[in-house]
Design a protein around this ligand. Structure first.
Ligand SMILES: N[C@@H](CCC(=O)N[C@@H](CS)C(=O)NCC(=O)O)C(=O)O
Length: 160
């Protein structure tokens, strides 16, 4: 069955994948799964049938028969479990890949998004400069310094 994903018709690229539907499209493209796209207006996301698919009235969504996961991470995980090629077969390597998936969504994205929104929306506030470095900037400079090393490490090794 061909899955259908939902995207926002007024995103900066007019629904072609620059919003969080990019993650889902990327996963589907990687595994060679064709898909259809339903473009939604902002009011359709909030007021029509869409909130039945996504409780927060957001995109992306994914529909495949009776199945309708929402949240880009959950959708990508679903695609990765259904198709070969995105997650390793080996149990330890698979657990490590899943760990990084959670890290991307739960640790990496929030401060990046927070900084982007602050820059876009709060740049004219008197407290803008003061807010940026603490905690977002300092966290980005120190806490993430080991990320490239950790990503490159083989499964089972530990950082010193
Ligand atoms: N954690 C969600 C975030 C979804 C999200 O924020 N989607 C944005 C577009 S990228 C959206 O629908 N924004 C409209 C709104 O929140 O009203 C995910 O990863 O799927």
């Amino acid at each position: 069955m061909t899955p259908t994903i939902a995207a926002f018709e007024r995103s900066p690229d007019r629904g072609k994948g620059l919003a969080r539907d990019m993650r889902v499209r990327w996963a589907l493209e990687e595994v060679g799964q064709p898909y259809e796209v339903r473009l939604l207006s902002f009011s359709e996301m909030k007021e029509s049938a869409h909130p039945m698919l996504h409780p927060f009235g957001q995109i992306p969504t994914y529909e495949e028969g009776d199945l309708a996961p929402f949240e880009s991470g959950a959708i990508v995980f679903h695609i990765a479990e259904r198709h070969a090629g995105l997650l390793p077969e080996d149990a330890s390597a698979r657990a490590r890949a899943i760990t990084w998936m959670f890290a991307a969504l739960n640790t990496a994205e929030p401060p990046i998004l927070d900084r982007a929104i602050a820059t876009l929306v709060e740049h004219d506030k008197t407290w803008y400069e003061e807010r940026l470095p603490i905690p977002i900037g300092s966290r980005a400079r120190t806490g993430w310094a080991n990320c490239p090393v950790a990503l490159a490490m083989p499964t089972g090794s530990t950082m010193r």
